[in-house]
Design a binder for this molecule. Structure first.
Ligand SMILES: [Zn+2]
Ligand SMILES: [Zn+2]
Length: 386
């Protein structure tokens, strides 16, 4: 395929950098949503606002077809201080586009503009700009508020820039792309005592230490080695003095899996260890699981379509289909629970010098803008072929 002619690319790059300089956190993407709505309107799309507070959906029609396809970008930034010193670094303290959602938003705007100017498809495209991908589940809120009733797409597509993959390449998974995420909290309650007279109490800290150690066997000794799971304890809170054995320890962590049955097996094993450890030490342990994002699972037919499209847009050798999924999570998974679709990774370059996701030295690579736009455009042409 010959490369798309994108005369507005320089303008779009300026816009991407402007969004990078003005990042906004989950559900507070007001300025960003204003820009998105203004741009979509200028391209001639029908603009809908207010889904999940700051969400924006632009609809583009061509021909007489009634079929509708959904393309999604996320708009939110992360709560960290940017350490880059280029001109477009964040101007908001404690907030940074460290995951490239500024680039995702810009690419989807670019695709909307190109397709508005070259409407060589038959049907409708819903350009979905969602808030709050990072930990807050903006996709689920849009769905709860009627996204797919108001915009009845037959399938839905998403992408994420991927540091470590070369610019001009894409990775497409036939099934699981990313893991589920579940918050784990355990409260160990025992009996406090003088540190010099431990026999008078029940030591919550020692109990919790044994529990953390035992949790390392959950994946290693309860699951098949071919099934992936991570159980990480990330917080251990206890104590107030040198000479007091505290009566309570709070442990927190995260569980990641790719399959619902593995998630259930992990939760059962964690619960069993908590019960057993409490009995062994004479303490009480309460455990809670807060399931957040489900695993991101592409549907086979749509993944095959994306692969075909990417091979056309990027060249056969630039489409990787043997890359392992990541244990990170993504709320596009909620959309994939409702609709068939596919979520792909787009090469963002080497990932050197801290240019990795959620790093204070990250930046979206502007060379990728045209690659993402070419993919989105070709996807619409393929699915809504006149
Ligand atoms: Zn992120
Ligand atoms: Zn992200």
């Amino acid at each position: 395929m010959k490369p798309l002619s994108l005369p507005f690319l320089a303008e779009l790059t300026v816009l991407r950098r402007d969004m990078h300089a003005h990042p906004e956190l989950a559900f507070a993407e007001k300025r960003t949503a204003d820009i998105v709505a203004r741009e979509l309107q200028a391209y001639g799309l029908e603009v809908h606002r207010g889904l999940a507070k700051t969400g924006v959906v632009g609809v583009l029609r061509a021909g007489s077809g009634k079929r509708m396809v959904g393309l999604r970008a996320d708009m939110d930034a992360l709560p960290l201080d940017e350490q880059n010193d280029f001109a477009h670094r964040s101007t908001h303290a404690g907030c940074m586009h460290a995951c490239g959602h500024d680039g995702h938003t810009a690419m989807l705007l670019g695709a909307a503009r190109y397709l508005a100017e070259h409407p060589d498809f038959d049907g409708r495209v819903a350009f979905i700009f969602q808030p709050a991908e990072e930990a807050e589940g903006g996709a689920a809120v849009m769905i709860e508020e009627g996204l797919f009733e108001r915009f009845p797409v037959e399938s839905v597509y998403g992408l994420h820039n991927w540091p470590g993959l070369p610019v001009g390449t894409m990775a497409i998974h036939a099934g699981a792309v990313m893991a589920s995420t579940c918050r784990l909290e355990m409260t160990v309650s025992a009996q406090g005592s003088h540190a010099a007279m431990p026999q008078q109490g029940v030591d919550a800290i020692v109990t919790a230490c044994h529990l953390v150690t035992a949790l390392q066997t959950v994946a290693a000794r309860n699951l098949s080695p071919l099934d992936a799971a991570v159980v990480s304890v990330t917080q251990f809170h206890a104590g107030s003095a040198w000479n007091i054995l505290p009566d309570e320890v709070t442990l927190r962590g995260t569980i990641r899996t790719f399959k619902p049955e593995i998630q259930a097996a992990v939760e059962a094993a964690v619960s069993r260890l908590c019960q057993g450890m409490a009995a062994s030490f004479g303490a009480r342990i309460e455990v809670s699981f807060n399931r957040l994002y489900p695993p991101t699972i592409n549907t086979a037919a749509e993944a095959a379509t994306c692969r075909r499209v990417a091979e056309k847009a990027l060249g056969h050798k630039n489409v990787l289909t043997d890359i392992a999924p990541a244990m990170t999570a993504e709320d596009f998974s909620f959309m994939l629970q409702k609709k068939p679709g596919c979520y792909v990774w787009l090469g963002n370059g080497s990932g050197e010098a801290g240019c990795t996701l959620h790093n204070p030295n990250y930046d979206f690579n502007d060379e990728v803008l045209s690659v993402g736009i070419a993919y989105w455009v070709e996807l619409v042409r393929e699915i809504l072929h006149p």
